[in-house]
Design a protein around this ligand. Structure first.
Ligand code: NAG
Ligand code: NAG
Length: 192
């Protein structure tokens, strides 16, 4: 009786345990870990506010924003399909000559056929103060004629590891002659 039971037990449990084992083997590149292992056990997530001005310089001999894909439809009123690669200065004040605190590196593209909406993918590389060397990554929708636009902060590096939050944009100045723009950025970000 006992032997029969054991055989039955083995018969039923062996395939089951090997199934579990196979599952573990398939996922052994993932493990859970303790906050201690990243020295985060005593750290509180904190909220920071960053404010600076973003300069989109498309005119002149030294542009920071360069069209790399021209709008494919010549009659598009929204430049649908246009892609600009940027390394735009981030300054403390609205003047380009004010203190440079970082660079916005990335690209934006025109994604609407009915109004000027941009998709923006940017890394804000901070070069000043305590956050020098840390980055914040933004990916969002920018309907440029809205008074206030909001884009998600989707991550960060260095002191901005685990970053999440949002950026609010307000056009500070725009020249319809050159298409150069200065935009105020207020960033609200949770990080450790
Ligand atoms: C743009 O041009 C294309 C091809 O010539 C035409 O089919 C389309 O209706 C035009 N669009 C507008 C907004 O004029
Ligand atoms: C920022 O970090 C870089 C690289 O470590 C360094 O060369 C530079 O002097 C730093 N800038 C400031 C303002 O501390």
């Amino acid at each position: 009786m006992f032997i029969q039971f054991s055989i039955l037990f083995l018969l039923f449990t062996t395939p089951f345990t090997s199934l579990i084992k196979a599952k573990q083997d398939n996922t052994n590149f993932v493990r859970s870990l303790d906050l201690k292992e990243l020295n985060l056990e005593n750290k509180q997530e904190k909220l920071s506010h960053l404010k600076f001005y973003w300069h989109d310089i498309v005119s002149g001999n030294n542009p920071s924003s360069i069209p790399i894909v021209p709008p494919p439809l010549k009659n598009s009123t929204t430049a649908f399909g246009l892609v600009n690669m940027i390394e735009n200065p981030l300054t403390l004040g609205p003047q380009l000559s004010s203190k440079l605190v970082g660079k916005a590196q990335g690209f934006y593209a025109s994604t609407s056929q009915s109004e000027v909406d941009l998709i923006m993918a940017m890394n804000f590389a901070i070069i000043e103060g305590k956050y020098n060397g840390s980055t914040i990554t933004i990916l969002g929708r920018n309907p440029v004629s809205d008074k206030v636009r909001e884009m998600p902060i989707i991550g960060g590096s260095g002191l901005f590891r685990f970053a999440r939050g949002y950026a609010q944009l307000r056009t500070h100045w725009f020249s319809s002659k050159t298409n150069d723009a200065i935009v105020e950025y207020n960033i609200y970000v949770l990080h450790y």
